[in-house]
Ligand binder design. Sequence first.
Ligand code: PEP
Ligand code: MG
Length: 579
Amino acid sequence: MEHLFGKSAYEGVVIGSVYVENNTTEKDDADDIPVYDIQSEKEKLDMALESAISSLEGLKTGLTGEIEKKDLDIIDAHLLLLKDPVYIKDIEVYIEKNLKRADKAVKDVTEKYLGLFKKIDSPIYRQRELDIKDVSNRLLDILRSDEENHKILDGKILVTREIYPTELLKIYKEKIALKGIVMEYGGETSHVAILAKALKIPTLMGVDNIFAHQWNGDIILDTTEDNSCVILNPDENEIEKYTKKQEKMARRIRKINECANLPAITKDGVEINLYLNIGDSERHSDDDVDKSTVEGVGLLRTELIYMKSSEFPSEEKQLYIYREILKDFSRDQSIVIRTLDIGADKQLSYFKMHSETNPFLGLRGIRFSFENEDIFKIQLRAILRLSNEKNIKIMYPMITNLDEVDRANSILDEVKDELRRENIPFNENIEVGIMVEVPSVVLMAEEFAQKIDFFSIGSNDLTQYILAADRLSETVGDMYDSFNPAVLRGIKIIKDAADKYGKKVSVCGEMAGDPRAVVALLSIGIKDLSMVETSIPMIKALIRNINYQELVLLKNELLKCGNPVKVKNLLKEKIMYLD
Ligand code: PEP
Ligand code: MG
């Protein structure tokens, strides 16, 4: 039995078999696999055989009646080959003995057969040669297509160095029931972690040297807050213990879900405003929160729309997508649309960014929009047009300097003028706010407060820039901690500046969906929180179980803490959500 520790992106307890995806293999050795991949390669082969058989059977059924039966015999011959135990066994043995991927094994074993057939001078064997070529090509197509390969993940826990957000979206779209993810890559606030949470996939991140361990048989994945780890080769006792923990979790989730559509009011009657963070029009969870029970959308991450597109989306396309995403929200609900926040870990397949040594300190967010004003203007036009239909607010990402607000607003004014000239209606009083992600905004909070309508604290980036610790890092992952008192003090400075000038302030980073962090934010006086939909029931359950006045008293103690451990210990005591 071996325990490997990491950080949780989404809580859960899962017991099951793994699929190990060793995507660190160098290109030249791409056909080679480690011993622990033998089983998954064999399973891949099984899946490919099954898939080839069912597609041929489908073809046969579809053609029956249209084509004479004897002409369909060719399909039967191929089906026989796909079920031929000798051919299949040969491929399996090849995988095992030579440690090769399934597709390489199919290719090499087929070539061996073709070589043998060639030596026999008979028309029957010429036909056999063509059949086996055809069948093996069909198998290779399946094995080499990502989509089909995803099927292997059904019901499995994926063990990988890293997985990209778009791949996770694809897996979701294909309705693959991925039970969990264990990855080497760190970063609980990375975009893949945010997505895993939205898709409710228990995910453990930042596991060191992931491929140095024996991933055989069933494993236990525990991504609950008290003990985020994975257990390899668990014994019976451990399996029993975790089965009980799973049942307890399920009971707790049921209780929490009962709060999904209830108001977010503390025991002593203080109303907290909850909003959703959304990225695209896909529905990510099955027990969706009723949209009328939240205040609106606190963060629409528009970059996901750009990332899923194959070119910069036109004004009309954006308008269409925004309408689609927001169709369940009423005209009264507040909708904050963040302008394109691209760069660093968010890239576009159709646009080559400058290569930079430190992309996180480079051309990101609003900086990209200034460099690409045409693209910015198209987005502003679409957002303004939508403001005629919904209660839309505009938010600029990665603001660093005061004059950036002026510059963005003057481009916005130009776009407004254009629309006026074209007689296109929009909300003349549209509110404009900024993300607080860069420490310079904290240090100049009062000046910024006078220029904007609202602040939205992007605690994910604010943490990384205050602490100079990469939010994706495996090496300094422990330093990246939003509970660092420096981050809390930064949030307090923004809150005070906002209060002084009568401006609104919310938090839309991952802190807003984390129960302990919510206790801290409430104590600082933040009453507007925006989070992924899957966090809403839990945060509502928390809010409904606390006394606001008690938290206010906590503020001074919290802000006096010298390190994140002290902060977390203090907060833990206050978490009274359902257990
Ligand atoms: C943040 O930085 O906290 C934030 C909400 O923006 P993103 O996670 O998209 O960078
Ligand atoms: Mg950010």
